[in-house]
Ligand binder design. Structure first.
Ligand code: HGY
Ligand code: MN
Ligand code: MN
Length: 407
């Protein structure tokens, strides 16, 4: 809750206090410094990598063994609550504090982490820090990403003082476990405090730019118009029609950003920009949805009264469906059972850093039940202290078991 005061704002839509701590902003930097202080106070050996990802290492009795990792992210979307990502970072930190208090030293070292730019809402690609650590994206690609005002990731990283010197490519850990709020209604409806995550659905983000022709709203006959705003609206309706058609399985589609210019009442918009976020648990159906949307976008000029509408698309993010490690899943489930917690296995609707680390190490996640239908990316996001404690206790005991494994 203290971390959530950093980047806090009064949310007009909900009347609640939300959090806006987008990556590499001054608010993010302040939050990072607070978490680093907490990590240091907990006796962790703190390092920052070339992407700004923060690591805290706790030595084991056998320092030659690969560590067990636990973590998440502390950057947020613009209308966040207090839990998305933060629960997993601070939960891992609480695990360390608890081990300190109990005088427990694990066999394997522990490495807790806070990944940079998990949300991707500022620089346009989510899970950025963990994707570079695991090798899916390169450091140079990440450094050259720019935000809406043209500021470059690499420059912002240096500006806020988090361009660390720890080499960014991560040596594969023995295992990685992430505790995260579910951000959906399943655990609430199943009556479970925690869930075992089986994997993450596919994600596709693209930016669409539509160029029409500015014209007078009063004098220009409809048949002479090249209306970028009309084209943008047609895209919004089309992606919802695709979802409702059932042709693409459990497709979800969102136009989160849509803007027309010049944005004046008496001028036909000459330009529109929008983002399309597609999600699908099935890679084939995702590919089919992307193909059909691309065909629709190519046909947009034909839906205009006049000829000449230009359509540009730019890929922002793309990840395939990821399946988590069965053995780590089973360890989480066994720990939950030992703690008397009923659990359910479910796929994640949201992207997570764990999906990137799954490419280099056995990985799985613990979900924590959310209230209010599990709403997230909203100041209404809320999980009870009891449910957070249940999730973090499952995380800690899972890490403990994995940290005693020899091979
Ligand atoms: O986009 C996502 O699913 C995550 O919140 N980064
Ligand atoms: Mn998250
Ligand atoms: Mn999120």
């Amino acid at each position: 809750m203290e971390l959530a005061t950093i980047g806090a704002y009064d949310d007009a839509e909900t009347g609640l206090v939300g959090v806006d701590r987008q990556s590499l902003t001054d608010a993010d930097a302040e939050g990072r410094r607070l978490v680093l202080e907490w990590m240091t106070d907990a006796g962790l050996e703190v390092t920052v990598d070339e992407m700004g990802t923060m690591y805290g290492r706790r030595e084991g009795t056998d320092p030659t063994l690969a560590p067990v990792m636990a973590g998440s992210h502390i950057d947020t979307v613009g209308t966040a609550g207090a839990f998305d990502g933060c629960l997993g970072v601070l939960g891992a930190l609480e695990m360390v504090r608890s081990l300190n208090e109990q005088g427990i030293t694990t066999r394997r070292p522990l490495l807790i982490t806070a990944w940079t730019e998990e949300e991707g809402v500022r620089f346009g690609t989510d899970m950025l820090g963990s994707a570079v650590a695991a090798g899916r994206l390169t450091l140079d690609h990440a450094y050259d990403l720019t935000d809406a005002s043209g500021l470059r990731f690499g420059d912002e990283l240096a500006r806020v003082g988090f361009r660390g010197d720890r080499p960014v490519r991560l040596d594969p850990p023995h295992a990685y476990v992430e505790c995260h709020i579910e951000q959906g209604p399943v655990l609430l409806h199943e009556g479970c405090a925690v869930g075992v995550v089986t994997g993450v659905q596919a994600i596709s983000w693209q930016k669409v730019t539509l160029r029409g022709r500015a014209a007078h709203a009063g004098t220009t006959p409809t048949e002479l118009r090249l209306d970028a705003g009309l084209a943008a609206a047609q895209v919004v309706v089309k992606v919802r029609e695709m979802v409702d058609s059932g042709r693409y399985g459990r497709l979800r589609a969102t136009v989160g950003h849509i803007a027309t210019s010049p944005g004046m009442p008496s001028v036909v918009p000459d330009r529109a920009e929008l983002t399309v976020d597609l999600r699908n648990p099935d890679d084939e159906q995702m590919a089919e949805a992307e193909r059909d949307l691309a065909a629709f976008l190519a046909g947009l000029p034909g839906l205009q009264p006049a000829a000449g509408l230009r359509v540009e698309t730019e890929r922002m993010a793309k990840t395939h469906r990821v399946v988590f490690d069965e053995r780590v899943q089973d360890t989480i489930a066994d720990v939950a059972a030992d703690l008397g917690l009923q659990d359910v296995r479910l796929m994640s609707g949201a992207g997570h850093d764990a999906q990137e680390i799954a490419a280099i190490a056995p990985t799985a996640m613990v979900f924590v039940r959310g209230q209010h239908d599990g709403i997230s990316h909203s100041p209404r996001e809320y999980s009870t202290p009891e449910d957070c404690a249940a999730g973090v206790t499952v995380l800690a005991n899972t890490v403990l078991r994995l940290a005693e494994e020899a091979a």
